[in-house]
Design a protein around this ligand. Structure first.
Ligand SMILES: Cc1cc2nc3c(=O)[nH]c(=O)nc-3n(C[C@H](O)[C@H](O)[C@H](O)COP(=O)(O)OP(=O)(O)OC[C@H]3O[C@@H](n4cnc5c(N)ncnc54)[C@H](O)[C@@H]3O)c2cc1C
Ligand code: SF4
Ligand code: SF4
Length: 1014
């Protein structure tokens, strides 16, 4: 730890109630946001209350340390990163404090969606609607003056603020809102404050002789109001002239309209100040009645020109929103979701989503009809693909832009749509002409750009498609920005309408505002004379900010030992190169969607259980990228704090599925863990648990004794002591004869030899069915045979090795993979499907083997592997599955395992269960069970595992069914952990219904109990 950080810890750790972090993981996690930039902070603090913020602000002023406020870090301009102390308000200061008739008092870390969920009960909402409302915080929204599609009617964040509690540099806390100047006498006060004023308005930062933290809040407040008033009065003409009244503008400080007669609207000015003037610790916001009726429609056009013409005709009809999407966004939408596929014509070049509000349903429909009639009268060709008037339908239409904007980051290739000029705004009536001019700029630079526009307010989100930049390398970013911004200014527009200036635009503010920039500097000096509040944002003399802090996106090091000097590229443990791994990590654009885990997404279970940024998939991508791009990868990945991060992933793969860029976090983490294991070896528990298969044979031989011991508390405590296997976990009983040792497998006609008249299936049994549930294996074989298949069960197959793979024990995992590949590759070459009843095994063979073993054989095995559900459902869809199912008049509860999702074939087992007459299946939708293979068996993880699976465990205790059903053996363990009913594999229900194994009816009556499963 460096000296500055050590001092910080000494000085602040005990002084604040919240936490202070200076370790590698926290620093890497907070060195980026959703922008293209990266700056390592000095420290990260999670304040628990305003008092902490006051202490930090006083300490910062006394010790000249910058402070950077942060919410969800979803800003695109790089305004929530910096080299000082990052203050994350989202961790603890996230409460809605009170709700009154038309106002709400909140802490800054509250999520916009969280607030609106609460307000909906009162028929009200906080209106500004950025498209990432689910994750952005109110502090961040106020920080950038966020707005959204409906800005033309409802304005932006600053139009909805009554007052804010602020902490200023120096530590003074004060409520700032609409200040009445009528009772003050500015001139008299100014005289009494002459000494301070002189210093504050000086060119240079405050000198040591005035200690800011020594001022009282009252003095500071009076002083501030005086000074701001004076500056606004003196510069009134300049402001009027140089800050035009645009519908959307958050470039620089908003000074226009702040001083009106004897009213000084300080909160309005502070909104959009990007943490450069004050830290917001609470805010009173106005709420609005939810619109009584809305009607929206999506229109498709054959050309961008006709969409723009249509938009210009519609705008005078005063829609509450009119958004324009280009061809690329539409095709992303079509590919993203079946719901959108129906809305978007495959050959559409542009689309408009329009919305009208009203007090009656008839009225809103009429307004929509009027708009259509107008377009038809003017002979604009369009096709209305969906009209919506209920709340859910309208929201579904708005889900389209929200989804596709995130998906832009998923476009693959060296060049990608990048957000650096993504937020210009022009007067709406200039939009069509400006688009042509912008097009010419992009042509000049030989780039294309994606376009999404809140056309009604003149807001344009362009993303030029250029190579992903790397710090220090040539990039066209600045040149494109300069040329585009020139056009923006020619059209009377602004370089940022709703995302703020941050690092991407600060260098251009001076040119946009000319002489008014000096006034911004004066305002900054009043609030922050030492320039410690989010330095280099809005106010800066550095002309290179747009590219100076770009992220590092290439691994540091050279490929060969022959390279003359410098570090070598790190040796990778998985079958990819350092460049490929870095490329995977760089795909994370920091959007922050993975920070939280709320329905309908099934995001990282670790984020869900403790909401920490440092264990979010975003942080994981950052830490691994950081280590790959530095010259000390091993050192970073093997630090103790990094180890904790590495342990917060069990390869459930949900982040990869939900992430718009499909960032391969699971493999990045396994690579990192493998590097760690390479350096330090495996823990004893991980070693033992991943090798259960090697001593299970012995356990089976004496299963009568083993199973009694497993249910004995004293024995289990001793077992925990020596092995780390939790004494509280209900474990599966061992079978006397493992399935792979039964006659079914050992008999001579168990063969995959070509030439059979029947179609052949290769069955990969895996650990659980072999050692604990051979009935499942038998049931599956009988189902296949019943459907006319020959089943080949390779006798020398072993466990898939997922437990070792997840732990980063790659040498051992690779040995198992090679053995299985040897066993499976010949039948795979024959074209036989390799079918797994364990979804994890299917995943391991199909997705992990090629990352462990670089051979064609591994690829062939991967391609032929399929899970049992998908295989049987495939037969059913082809009309080849026998339908002689007998009724099962029972009720069961279904859980979808994460690894079934990860296989990306839907939930085929549910389709199959639907074939059983009279079977009622109730779906439990409670996310990950938290069991994750051997993770939940280890005593060290037991509490966390139970916490992640808490809702599901509770549901299994209360639900009115006779059994749980799932195809993952690990999930099954968690479902039975506290339940009094069994959980069984769906294959068994199918076999029972087919009448192939009547004894399985008994399984539905078996009860888990004590320390063992049913
Ligand atoms: C996919 C995607 C879509 C987006 N869509 C929109 C959109 O439609 N409209 C829109 O306006 N923006 C949009 N954004 C940009 C951004 O997410 C929003 O502006 C959002 O409001 C930022 O909130 P946050 O909590 O992430 O703030 P952060 O990014 O953490 O911070 C934003 C700024 O606010 C400051 N800040 C944060 N908390 C405080 C505080 N307590 N006191 C003082 N300053 C503070 C920070 O210093 C920083 O300058 C989008 C971003 C993404 C990734
Ligand atoms: S991992 Fe994906 S969802 Fe998470 S921040 Fe990165 S891009 Fe966004
Ligand atoms: S694989 Fe699962 S546990 Fe790991 S980071 Fe992704 S969501 Fe979290």
């Amino acid at each position: 730890m460096d000296e500055r950080r050590r001092r910080l810890v000494e000085d602040l750790n005990d002084a604040i109630e919240g936490e202070l972090r200076v370790d590698r993981v926290a620093l890497a996690a907070y060195s980026t946001d959703a922008s293209l930039y990266e700056i390592e902070p000095l420290a990260v603090v999670f304040p628990r209350a305003t008092r902490d913020v006051e202490i930090l602000a006083a300490y910062s002023a006394d010790n000249n340390i910058p402070l950077i406020a942060r919410g969800a870090g979803s800003g695109l301009a790089g305004s929530a990163i910096g080299s000082g102390i990052v203050i994350d308000f989202s961790r603890h200061m996230n409460q809605v404090l009170s709700i009154s008739a038309d106002r709400v008092r909140v802490q800054p870390g509250v999520l916009r969606e969280q607030l609106n969920n609460q307000l909906r009960e009162h028929d009200r909402y906080f209106a500004p609607d950025p498209s990432n409302s689910r994750i952005c915080t109110l502090g961040g929204m106020l920080g950038v003056d966020a707005a959204g599609a409906h800005a033309v009617r409802i304005g932006s964040a600053r139009d909805h603020v009554f007052s804010m509690e602020c902490v200023l540099s120096g530590g003074q806390r004060m409520e700032l809102g609409r200040e009445s100047l009528a009772t003050r006498n500015p001139t008299t006060h100014a005289t009494s404050l002459d000494r301070d004023s002189a210093v504050i308005l000086s060119e240079s930062p405050l000198k040591d002789n005035l200690q800011l933290s020594a001022m009282t809040s009252m003095t500071r407040r009076t002083h501030l109001i005086q000074q701001v008033t004076q500056i606004l009065r003196e510069n009134a003409e300049l402001i009027r002239e140089l800050q035009p009244p645009l519908l959307r503008n958050c470039c620089g400080y908003l000074l226009r309209g702040i001083l009106q007669g004897e009213q000084l609207d300080l909160s309005r000015m502070l909104v959009g100040s990007e943490g450069t003037l004050a830290l917001f610790t609470e805010a009173t916001l106005f709420t609005m009645l939810l619109p009584k009726h809305r009607s929206a429609a999506i229109l498709m056009f054959g050309s961008m020109d006709s969409a723009i013409q249509a938009m210009q005709l519609i705008l005078p009809l005063e829609p509450s929103a009119c958004d324009l999407l280009d061809r690329r966004l539409l095709s992303l939408g079509r590919g993203a979701d079946q719901r959108f596929r129906d809305l978007i014509l495959p050959d559409a070049e542009a689309g408009l989503i329009i919305e009208f509000p009203g007090s009656h349903e008839r009225e809103v429909r009429q307004r929509l009809d009027d708009a259509q009639r107008l377009l038809k009268d003017r002979q604009i060709h369009f096709q209305l693909t969906r009209q919506a008037s209920t709340y859910d339908e309208v929201e579904m239409l708005w889900a389209l832009p929200s989804r596709v904007v995130s998906l832009l980051a998923s476009l693959k290739g060296v060049s990608r749509p990048l957000p650096f000029v993504e937020d210009v705004a022009v007067p709406p009536d200039q939009l069509a002409e400006f688009l042509l001019a912008a097009q010419r700029v992009f042509q000049k630079h030989e780039v294309t750009a994606t376009l999404y526009s809140h056309a009604a307010s003149g807001q344009l989100h362009f993303r030029p498609i250029i190579p992903v930049p790397n710090r220090g390398d040539e990039t066209a970013m600045e040149a494109i920005a300069r040329d585009l911004y020139r056009k923006v200014w020619e059209f009377g527009g602004t370089i940022t309408g709703e995302h703020g200036d941050g690092l991407s635009r600060t260098a251009f503010i001076r040119t946009q505002y000319g002489a008014l920039y000096r006034t911004f500097q004066q305002i900054k000096e009043v609030f922050d004379p030492q320039r410690l509040m989010n330095p280099d944002k809005i106010i800066s003399n550095d002309p290179s900010l747009t590219v100076k802090h770009l992220r590092r996106t290439r691994p540091l090091g050279k490929e060969t030992v022959a390279a003359p000097s410098g570090p070598l590229l790190p040796v990778m443990q998985l079958e990819w190169t350092a460049e490929q791994a870095t490329e995977a990590a760089v795909r994370c654009n920091g959007c922050g969607i993975c920070r939280i885990n709320v329905n309908p997404l099934r995001m990282c279970p670790f984020s869900e259980s403790n909401g920490e940024e440092e264990v979010s998939p975003r942080a994981k991508a950052n830490v691994v990228r950081n280590s790959l791009c530095s010259d000390s990868m091993q050192e970073i990945l093997t630090q103790e704090d990094t180890t904790r991060l590495l342990e917060s992933c069990f390869n459930c793969k949900q982040c990869q599925l939900e992430c718009p860029s499909e960032v391969n976090i699971p493999h990045l983490l396994i690579e990192a863990r493998a590097q760690h294991v390479q350096a330090h070896g495996l823990s004893k528990t991980a070693w033992l648990l991943s090798r259960v298969h090697s001593y299970s044979r012995m356990a089976s031989r004496i299963s009568f004794l083993t199973n009694q011991l497993l249910n004995n508390g004293l024995f289990r405590r001793i077992l925990q002591r020596f092995t780390g296997i939790s004494a509280r976990r209900r474990l599966p009983k061992f079978t006397q004869t493992p399935f792979l040792e039964t006659k079914r497998v050992t008999r001579a006609d168990n063969s995959g030899a070509p030439g059979s008249t029947k179609p052949t299936v290769v069955y990969f049994v895996d650990y659980f069915a072999n050692n604990h549930d051979p009935e499942l294996a038998e049931a599956f074989v009988r189902i296949l045979e019943h459907n006319g298949y020959r089943v080949f069960i390779p006798p020398a197959q072993t466990v898939c090795g997922m437990a070792m793979f997840v732990n980063g024990d790659l040498t051992a995992a690779r040995a198992l993979a090679e053995q299985n590949i040897r066993e499976l590759v010949e039948p795979a070459r024959e074209g036989y499907p390799i079918v797994c009843t364990e979804p994890t095994a299917a995943l391991c063979l199909s997705q992990e083997y090629p990352m462990m073993v670089a051979s064609d054989d591994a690829e062939i095995v991967a391609q032929q592997t399929i899970d049992a559900g998908a295989f049987l459902a495939g037969l059913h869809r082809k009309g080849q599955l026998k339908q002689d199912f007998a009724p099962l008049p029972i009720r069961v509860a279904w859980h979808t395992p994460c690894h079934v999702n990860a296989l990306r074939r839907g939930t085929p087992m549910l389709e199959l269960l639907a074939l059983i007459p009279e079977l009622t299946v109730q779906t439990i939708d409670k996310g990950c069970t938290g069991m994750a293979g051997t993770f939940g068996i280890a005593a060290a993880n037991f509490e966390k595992s139970i916490a992640i699976g808490a809702e599901l465990i509770r549901e299994m205790q209360t639900i009115d069914v006779i059994a749980g059903v799932t195809d993952c053996s690990s999930c099954r363990m968690q479902m039975e952990q506290a339940a009094t009913i069994p959980t069984i594999h769906p294959i068994k229900l199918l076999a029972l219904s087919y009448g192939l194994m009547p004894r399985l009816a008994e399984r539905l009556k078996a009860k888990p109990g004590g320390l063992v499963m049913s």
